[in-house]
Every structure is written in structure tokens, then in C-alpha cells.
Design a protein around this ligand. Structure first.
Ligand SMILES: [Zn+2]
Length: 203
């Protein structure tokens, strides 16, 4: 059984992280993790441009260094950028110093006050340390675009049933989930347009 929606008790348990925004915005917040990637990020940008939608890209510092032109394109097209650490570190497997080093070295090139922990895994002491400089952006709906065990039909059913205004949605501009993303993203976006929701970047 896969959980698409972040359970309410998580939000209550970890109030120092952002799990979603006000229901009254009438908007949802598309986010893309792990890029930029030369194979899939330009496809995502073309898709968003065609429909005039804005989104937020949580970039891995090493990929930013490799593909700076894609990062410039993300910014030029009115999207926002967040920090996803330098090397996609899992917080729970590293001590505070190593983790902060990864986040702050990415901060030098990404320059965003938004941070999303890779895998959503971060220790409490790392959270407290980062709160000084960052807003820690989690999510309220996970697409499972990366997980081949979750059928596309199940994902779309969940989108239809669960996604509401204020939700932060996670997708991946990562070559591993590319083929599924290309199918899932347009379908999910259509479901949300039918629900008359707007799309905003996180600022
Ligand atoms: Zn990631």
C-alpha cells in the first residue's frame, strides 16, 4: 500500500517543515527533484511553457555545475529553484557537519532559501540548523513517478481523488523516471486543470 498523501500526523509532528500551503490559494505547487538533466528537464520546461504553468525545481548542486545553461533556462522561464543538496545526501545516513556542508556548498551556486531534503530524510538536529537560513519544503502528494511497482492508473486515480488546492506535488526530472514522467505529468496536469486549479511556483 503506497501513501500518496502525507498523513496529517506527519505535519503535526514536524511543524518546522512546510508540507503544503493554504487551501484558499486555489493553486497547486508542482515541484521537480534531482535535475537539471539534459535528457528530461528540457522536455519538462517545454511542457510547462506550452501550457503556461509555473513550477519549482529542486536541483542537485553537482547537476547545476554540469548543466548551467538548463538552470538559466529554468529561471528565465519564470520558474523557481530550490536546493536539493550538493550530492543528493540522505540526511539520516550522515552526521550534521557533513550534511550541512553538502547543503551550504550547493547554496553557493543555487542561492535559494528553499531546501528539500533528498529522500525526505533529515535528522532533527540537521533540521534545526538549516531552519536559520532555509525554508524546508516537503510535499503533500508524491507522484511515485520513479516507482515501477505503482501502476500509472493508480497514480492517476490518486491524483483525481486526493489533490486539492495548496498541495505541493513531487515529480522527478531524473532519467530513471523519465519514461513514466512523460506519461504521468500531462495526465495529472489535465486532471488538475479540470479541477480548475492554478499552478504556482514556490517563492
Ligand atoms: Zn531527490
Amino acid at each position: 500500500m503506497k501513501l500518496f498523501k502525507t498523513p496529517r500526523f506527519f505535519r503535526i509532528l514536524f511543524p518546522n517543515k512546510t508540507w503544503g500551503f493554504s487551501r484558499s490559494t486555489n493553486a497547486v505547487f508542482l515541484t521537480f527533484d534531482d535535475g537539471p538533466d539534459p535528457e528530461i528537464t528540457p522536455w519538462v520546461l517545454d511542457f510547462l511553457a506550452e501550457r503556461n504553468l509555473k513550477a519549482t525545481f529542486f536541483c542537485v548542486g553537482e547537476n547545476v555545475l554540469r548543466y548551467p545553461a538548463i538552470v538559466n533556462r529554468i529561471k528565465q522561464e519564470g520558474h523557481t529553484i530550490g536546493n536539493h543538496s550538493m550530492d543528493h545526501k540522505k540526511g539520516t545516513e550522515h552526521d550534521k557537519e557533513a550534511y550541512l556542508k553538502s547543503v551550504y556548498s550547493a547554496h553557493k551556486i543555487i542561492e535559494s532559501r528553499l531546501f528539500r531534503p533528498p529522500y525526505g530524510r533529515i535528522k532533527l538536529n540537521q533540521t534545526y540548523a538549516l531552519k536559520k537560513d532555509f525554508e524546508i519544503i516537503m510535499w503533500s502528494w508524491l507522484s511515485y513517478d520513479y516507482d515501477k511497482e505503482v501502476s500509472l492508473e493508480t497514480i492517476l486515480q490518486s491524483a483525481q481523488k486526493h489533490i486539492k488546492s495548496g498541495d505541493i506535488l513531487v515529480f522527478h526530472d531524473n532519467p530513471k523516471s523519465m519514461n513514466r514522467l512523460k506519461i504521468v505529468l500531462p495526465e495529472v496536469v489535465q486532471i488538475l486543470l479540470d479541477k480548475k486549479l492554478d499552478f504556482q511556483a514556490i517563492n
